[in-house]
Structure formats: C-alpha cells, structure tokens
Design a protein around this ligand. Structure first.
Ligand SMILES: Cc1ncc(COP(=O)(O)O)c(C=O)c1O
Length: 328
C-alpha cells in the first residue's frame, strides 16, 4: 500500500478539552506549495487522463479568485499541457492576484459574463467550447468529476493507515471533495466513518444531488455496473455559510485568526476557515459526543488570501502572505 502523502497532526484547543473530543488534521495543504489540498487530489487523475489520451490541451471553469484555476494553471505548466480557463467576470480581473499567476504560468483566460458562465454544465455550451477548442480535455468547475472523486478517495486509504477515527470534516464548494471522501470510505469496510461536509455557500441543499451523482459516477467507473452500494454515513450541513460564498463578518475573521494563533496552522476564511467556525459552533451545540475522534481535512486554498488581502478585505498584520504574493 502506498505511503500517506500528507501528515496527520493532533490539534489542541481549550474547547476540545472542554468538550472532551480528540481532534486531528490531515495536512493536505502541505501536499504542494501551489497545487495544494483538494486541488492536488482532484487534478491527479484528470491531468493523467489529459496527457494519456493525447489531448491537445485542457480547459476548465472558475471564478476570478478561484483556487482551482490557480492550481490548474500551475499543474498544466508542470506537465506541459496548454490550458484555457473560462473565467466568470470581466477582463479587468486578469491582473488580480490569482489570475496574474495563472496567466504567468501560461493559462489563456477567457472572460464570460454571468449568464454565459451559468451555462457551464449545459451540453450545448460544452459542445460549442469543444468545437472552439477541438481536442481539449474539458474539466468542470472545481475539477469535480468522477476522476476527481477517485483522487480524493485516496485520502481515506491514507487515513485508514494513519489513525482510527469517528468523524471526518471537510468544507464543501462544488461537492467533489465530499463525494470523494464518501466514495473512499468503502475501503476497506463499507460505512465505517461519519463524513460531514460544511457548505461554504448559501442554499447548499442543491449540492446533495450533485454529490450523490458524483459518488455514483465513481462507483460506475470502478465496477462498470450501475449497481452501487448504499452510502448513508454522510451529512451536508448547510447552515454554516456565514452569509454566502466568500462572505464573512469581522467577527468570523477574528475567530479564525484566534484559532490560527492557537493551533499554529493557517485557515483562510472562504473554505477551511468556515469549516473551523462550524466545528467550534457544533462543539458548543453538543453535536459531538465526548470521546469522539474527529479528523479535519485541510483542503489548502491559501492562495485565496492573496486576493482577499489585495482587495483590502483582511488586515495584512493578521494573516500570512501566501507563497506567491509577489505579482508576476
Ligand atoms: C480550498 C478549498 N477547499 C474546499 C473546496 C471545496 O471543494 P469542492 O469544490 O470539491 O466541494 C475548494 C473548492 O471548491 C477549495 O478551493
């Protein structure tokens, strides 16, 4: 069995003592300086496919501060794959922190308005793009497809070697990461752990169907049959979005800063920080049993701090500058 790629660290915090829970963190943020966290896991088989099937290039979708776009651009540069980003927003975003790096690494950015961006899953729009970019491998927003699920599922294979635990927590955007963790929990025994996703966007209930479809697509790929096992050991919590995607209050930011200082690990306020705030709230609400062994998945995304600092939404004295803060 391959060795775990990221460390599992124990976390200490006064609230963990108070509620007598045991918390550790899977440091996927340390997988790579740029392709961090779930991006690394989700892109692994996608980019393998893009090279193996001798596509001419790869294309994906994302917002103008997207972690996925940032990681995808770097990963494609590493593998010498020409890459295109269909970006939601106006072209003046081209010089922001995230996109100036993506372009620096060779991504061709195509800006589309919100209406067009909404068509990103429509087969006729995908067909149009495919005609425009023949032979490009098209990867959905956030990288979330069955290949991403297969990559994320490996987190469970690693965790099963590293520890015994009851509950695994992850932030949720498009649902691919949560789907991968649920799919991966079939190894070696079905329904072993409770897997809890924290939706970082408003009205995240619609993600339930997306997540179920992603789990099924993975099972289908593995068995080539549409008969799939029941996965009922998971939950998507939708009330911890803090006002919506990318939104957070000063108080939310202060609580994340305090947690970062207490643990010595950086969580940012768009994804991993919302998972931390949910964890703290769930503890106070008595959601976890005394003695419960909780694992948090650090999904990376610290490049996002670059955009937030650049927009003046965070105080630079309270946050570390991300690795590639110097504008290229
Ligand atoms: C840092 C980070 N964490 C978590 C997520 C959520 O992952 P998913 O889109 O697979 O739900 C994302 C991306 O969307 C992300 O960039």
């Amino acid at each position: 069995m391959p060795k775990p790629l990221s460390k599992l660290e124990k976390l200490t915090h006064p609230l963990f003592d108070k509620y007598r829970v045991n918390v550790s963190i899977k440091r996927d943020d340390q997988l790579h300086q740029v392709i961090s966290g779930n991006k690394w896991r989700k892109l692994k088989y996608n980019l393998r496919q893009a090279t193996q099937d001798s596509f001419q290039g790869a294309l994906t979708f994302g917002g103008s501060y997207s972690n996925h776009i940032h990681a995808f651009a770097y990963a494609c540069k590493q593998k010498n794959i020409p890459c295109i980003g269909i970006i939601r927003g106006e072209s003046h975003y081209a010089d922001n922190f995230t996109l100036s790096w993506a372009r620096h690494w060779g991504m061709q950015c195509h800006f589309v308005d919100r209406k067009t961006y909404r068509r990103r899953f429509d087969s006729d729009y995908l067909e149009e793009l495919q005609q425009l970019y023949p032979n490009y491998f098209i990867i959905p927003e956030g990288g979330s497809n069955s290949l991403a699920v297969a990559g994320v599922a490996e987190v469970l294979t690693e965790l099963n070697q590293q520890t015994e635990f009851d509950t695994l927590l992850t932030p949720v955007g498009s649902g691919g990461t949560l789907a991968g963790l649920i799919a991966g929990d079939n190894i070696p025994k079905n329904n072993q752990h409770k897997i809890v996703g924290i939706a970082v966007l408003k009205q995240g209930e619609y993600l339930l169907n997306e997540i179920k479809a992603l789990i099924q697509s993975h099972t289908f790929d593995q068995t080539h049959t549409s008969i799939h096992k029941q996965h009922n050991n998971w939950q998507l919590l939708t009330e911890f979005h803090r006002g919506g995607y990318g939104k957070f209050s000063d108080n939310d930011a202060q609580r994340i800063i305090a947690f970062n200082q207490e643990t010595g690990i950086t969580f940012e306020p768009v994804y991993s920080g919302k998972m931390i705030l949910a964890l703290l709230d769930l503890l106070e609400q008595g959601y976890f049993k005394p003695g419960e062994r909780i694992v948090l998945l650090h999904t990376g995304g610290l490049q996002g701090l670059g955009g937030l600092l650049e927009q003046g939404r965070l105080n630079p004295e309270d946050w570390p500058t991300p690795i590639s803060i110097i504008t290229p």
